[in-house]
Design a binder for this molecule. Structure first.
Ligand code: HEM
Ligand SMILES: [Ca+2]
Length: 691
């Protein structure tokens, strides 16, 4: 505290009090400014939104709004106050935090507007909570929905607190995110490549897992409007701290203007109301717990559950989730009979394939609930619901760890990080010192790897025809899912298993790189620019910092020889060199995605390390992980054996009403040649084991 010896307690009190007070004033003035911009039509109301503005509505702080409205303001105020405090005292956050006098005064003052997050746990509870709280009895908040994401590495904010990372190590501005996207990630539409024999279902499962474990909250304008950062004067832009628009370089082959809208993500409230660098909020439970199906709060769950025989609500024909009363604006409806479905995750309609997988799990829950109800006539609704939910989550975890993850990170990483599932018996891997909370960096770059696996088309396979629809025409619409009297869900699901995965390289299809969320005015976004800009918004350090984190060689130069980008093909290293000034500057997404994939995986050494680390945390830091044998909460050995027979083809056969399917729908079926007859053959669904 020596550094602050010249200040009396009264002076420190005044400085800290001023910083909080000024932060409140600034926040209020930003809010009124937003109201004004909304009134004069700069920001767009959700009612008028087209797919283009949906981007912000997806990210909006939705799921937990009712419970945590004040957390939104508190997070912003603490962020503003921290910035002012570091400036007033000309000190870093670490220096401030090392001074107990400052910390004490801060807590006295901040208590007036911020309550530490607290929950009550009961060790005997048999089932995981919807919110994820109390999973860890020692650290009950770990993995809970609505909390700050954790960091694997400290952020690189320009001011050490909140301003996005924008400069090269040599002080020059970083290249525009769109420029990086154009030079590193452009895919020639003529010749998209396919990824080995993997199917598009690999991509779709990934998006479902992603939505289960992460939903980072964004900022919105007045009355939930979409904040517009382009087409406003520089003066106005300066007054909008939410804005961090992407510069589009001259001569862009797709975008005529020079600005792509980009709004920063919400600053999180710290669990203990401490000051600190800006962090972001995960609205989802970090655990792989089918939160996309069950919701993350008791209020949400009330809208999802039927409260009868353990079932989740369904339309009378038993095919779909019912409409959501407050989510009607969450998709674009093209027919009077269609509606936006209610699910545990607001983003269910982003692509027809995602709707298809989510509906499959809804049907599976109700199938299991029906069987449990029949077998246990004395069980009440709550008993059946809880047990069915536990089984569905077990199935989801089993398929993800046993069948999906190895295709992503490759078999070597599965062994290295202890991610293999057992064939028999309990694994008992729980460690209450492991924090499963989703890492900010995992969500911002490595786990977005699957954006390269996307195709320009949505395959749709009926009994009679193989059709395709343009992906860019299908974003955010329930049209295909409801088509053909509701059989569309199955046709999309089957289509995914029969279509090749786009190659796991650095190239990304134009459907999302140019035409993401295209609306009737022709406005669209570039998902890859968003990914890059998002990592700067979160101030995620550059490529080399991550190579070091993973114990991989540091790149001193852009060559691919020793001391350089040793995990890149020369062609990709050259592309990176064309946009970046130093290997330290390379943003995590382009740097990692352009690495040579691991043998048997789709991501390179860096992404596979970060993804494996996160999945290891999700396995070992989840007390309810399905292979754990705890008496109260685990499965019986017989139940566990049964969960282990769960397979994706069984789920698809049952819920998409199929006659036949290949053994592994994550891979394309083999044609019957002499060499591969036994590798991934078609089966009649009736032959598959039903449990
Ligand atoms: C057509 C399919 C998809 C579309 C349209 C899509 C679109 C988006 C959009 C708009 C964002 C937010 C971008 C931002 O502003 O930062 C996002 C984030 C993300 N995407 Fe995708 N995505 C798709 C598929 C996938 C798949 C297959 C994965 C698989 C692993 C994935 C993983 C992620 C992750 C991890 C995030 C960050 C989520 C968060 O922090 O809340 N996406 N995606
Ligand atoms: Ca979850």
């Amino acid at each position: 505290c020596k550094q602050f010896a010249e200040y009396t307690d009264e002076q420190l009190y005044k400085i800290i009090s001023n910083s909080i007070h000024n932060a409140e004033l600034t926040h209020r003035s930003i809010q009124s400014f937003n109201e004004y911009l909304f009134k004069i039509g700069v920001d767009e109301a959700p009612a008028r939104t087209s797919a283009w503005t949906y981007h912000q509505h997806y990210a909006a702080f939705k799921q937990l709004k009712h419970g945590t409205v004040s957390d939104i303001d508190t997070g912003i105020i603490i962020d503003l106050a921290t910035t002012e405090l570091t400036r007033s005292l000309a000190a870093s956050i670490d220096q401030l935090a090392a001074c107990p006098r400052i910390v004490d005064i801060w807590h006295k003052l901040i208590r007036l507007r911020c309550n530490p997050t607290s929950v009550k746990c009961f060790p005997g509870e048999r089932y995981r909570r919807l919110t994820g709280e109390c999973n860890n009895l020692k650290y009950p908040l770990w993995g809970m929905a609505g909390r700050a994401e954790r960091r694997f590495l400290p952020p690189a904010y320009m001011d050490g607190v909140s301003i996005p990372r924008q400069l090269s190590v040599d002080g020059h501005p970083l290249p525009s995110a769109r420029m990086v996207s154009n030079i590193v990630h452009r895919q020639d539409p003529c010749c998209p490549l396919r990824e080995r024999d993997l199917s598009l279902y690999v991509m779709q499962w990934g998006q479902m897992v992603d939505h289960d474990v992460v939903d980072t909250a964004g900022l919105t304008g007045a009355e939930d409007s979409s904040i517009m950062c382009c087409n406003i004067s520089v003066k106005l832009l300066e007054k909008r701290p939410e804005c961090f628009p992407i510069h589009i370089p001259k001569g862009d082959l797709h975008f005529p203007s020079d600005c792509m809208n980009f709004v920063r993500n919400l600053p999180a409230k710290d669990d203990w109301c401490r000051f600190g660098f800006r962090n972001q909020v995960n609205q989802a439970t970090s655990f792989l717990d089918a939160s996309f199906l069950y919701g993350q709060t008791p209020t949400d769950s009330k809208r999802i559950r039927a409260f009868e025989r353990g079932m989740l609500r369904m339309t009378p024909n038993g095919l779909f989730p019912p409409p959501g009363s407050s989510d009607t604006r969450s998709c674009q409806v093209e027919s009077k009979e269609h509606y936006c479905m209610k699910s545990g995750d607001f983003r269910i309609h982003v692509m027809p394939g995602l709707t298809s997988v989510q509906v499959m799990f809804l049907r599976e829950h109700n199938r299991i609930a029906f069987i449990l109800g029949k077998l246990n006539p004395l069980w009440n609704d709550e008993d059946i619901y809880s047990e069915a939910r536990k089984i569905v989550i077990g199935q989801l975890q089993h398929i993800t760890y046993a069948y999906w993850l190895p295709y992503i990170v490759g078999p070597d990483r599965i062994i290295q990080y202890g991610l293999r599932v057992l064939k028999h018996g309990y694994a008992n891997v729980y460690d209450d010192e492991i924090d499963p909370t989703i890492a900010n960096e995992f969500a911002v770059a490595p786990f977005r790897f699957a954006h390269t696996l996307l195709q320009d088309t949505v395959p749709y396979l009926t009994e009679k025809a193989a059709l395709t629809f343009r992906s860019e025409d299908m974003f955010n619409k329930p049209t295909l899912a409801f088509s053909k009297e509701g059989r569309g869900v199955s046709y999309v699901g089957l289509g995914l298993s029969q279509a090749p995965l786009s190659k796991a390289d650095e190239k990304v299809v134009t459907a999302v790189r140019d035409n993401l969320f295209k609306d009737m005015h022709g406005r669209s976004l570039d998902l890859i620019s968003l990914n890059i800009q998002r990592s700067r918004d979160h101030a995620v350090p550059g490529y080399n910092a991550w190579r070091k984190f993973c114990g991989l060689p540091y790149a001193f130069h852009f060559g691919t020889g020793p001391g350089g980008l040793v995990d890149h093909f020369p062609e990709n290293a050259k592309k990176l060199q064309a946009v970046y000034r130093h290997p330290d500057d390379i943003d995590l997404f382009p740097g990692g995605l352009s690495e040579i994939p691991m043998p048997g995986g789709v991501v390179g050494p860096l992404f596979s390390c970060i993804i494996s680390q996160q999945f290891s945390n999700l396995k070992r830091g989840d007390r309810f992980y399905y292979e754990n044998g705890f008496k109260e909460t685990g499965f019986t050995p017989a139940q566990l054996d049964s969960i282990r027979t769960t397979s994706l083809p069984r789920l698809m056969c049952t819920h998409f009403h199929l006659n036949r399917l290949q053994v592994d729908p994550f891979r394309l079926p083999n044609t019957f040649t002499i060499f591969d007859i036994f590798t991934n053959v078609w089966y009649f669904c009736s032959v598959l084991d039903f449990h």
